[in-house]
Write a protein of this length. Structure first.
Length: 219
């Protein structure tokens, strides 16, 4: 069962001041994979061990999950992984803009809370302003990977991403692919859905050459 919190509540509107990269990671020169909505962080826990030449940052709005994830990370002594409790749509923009270009090399949004009711659509994670910040942080050729077991959610994220103009669907994975995950490591939700033999909708975007303009944020 998904545990929801309201990202629009007053409590989650206070921006977080992010620690410096040198505080987050032992080697801050490594490229960063940013996973937005990382839940318990089990996916990152595995890939951080598989790819020690990358730094991994998980963002999650549910504090109890971040506490658990950080405890697991510390138990394994992983210095290329960190989890942060915050509202991505409030806190990520300024931090991403402050980073040197090319620091973030890969962004994933996997199985975000669907928020089905029409009055709750603004609670969905991939809002235009967040996508704009992601686009500014990525350089040409870097990847944005989206997946969900809810077709409506992936369709909406694809539309938002394509309308921005900053991303093209990767030629190695045109459209929705129900069978392949380019990251190879499944999330907890992904394993659950596959175990039920239900479809998963995925799309891989690549950052193109278009330079972001502050006037081009989609409403």
């Amino acid at each position: 069962m998904r545990q929801h919190v309201n990202p629009l509540s007053r409590f989650f509107q206070v921006p977080l001041e992010f620690p410096s990269l040198s505080t987050l990671f032992q080697d801050s020169s490594l490229p960063i994979h940013l996973d937005i909505g990382c839940a318990r962080g089990r996916f990152l826990l595995k890939v951080a061990q598989m790819e020690p030449n990358w730094n991994y940052l998980g963002i999650e709005i549910r504090k109890s999950l971040v506490i658990t994830a950080e405890s697991d990370r510390q138990a394994l002594g992983l210095s290329n992984l960190y989890y942060i409790f915050c509202n991505a749509n409030v806190s990520l923009k300024d931090w991403l803009e402050a980073l040197p270009p090319g620091t973030i090399r890969r962004v994933t949004i996997q199985f975000p809370d669907p928020w089905f009711k029409k009055k709750h659509l603004k609670r969905r994670i991939l809002q235009p302003n967040l996508l704009f910040a992601i686009a500014k942080s990525l350089t040409e050729g870097n990847y944005l990977f989206l997946q969900s077991d809810v077709r409506e959610i992936v369709d909406e994220m694809i539309l938002t991403t394509e309308l921005s103009g900053y991303f093209d669907q990767s030629k190695c994975q045109e459209g929705l692919d129900h069978e392949k995950n380019p990251l190879l490591v499944p999330t907890e939700r992904e394993r659950y859905v596959m175990g039920k033999e239900l479809p998963i909708y995925r799309v891989l975007f690549k950052r193109n050459q278009l330079l972001p303009s502050a006037l081009c944020v989609t409403k």
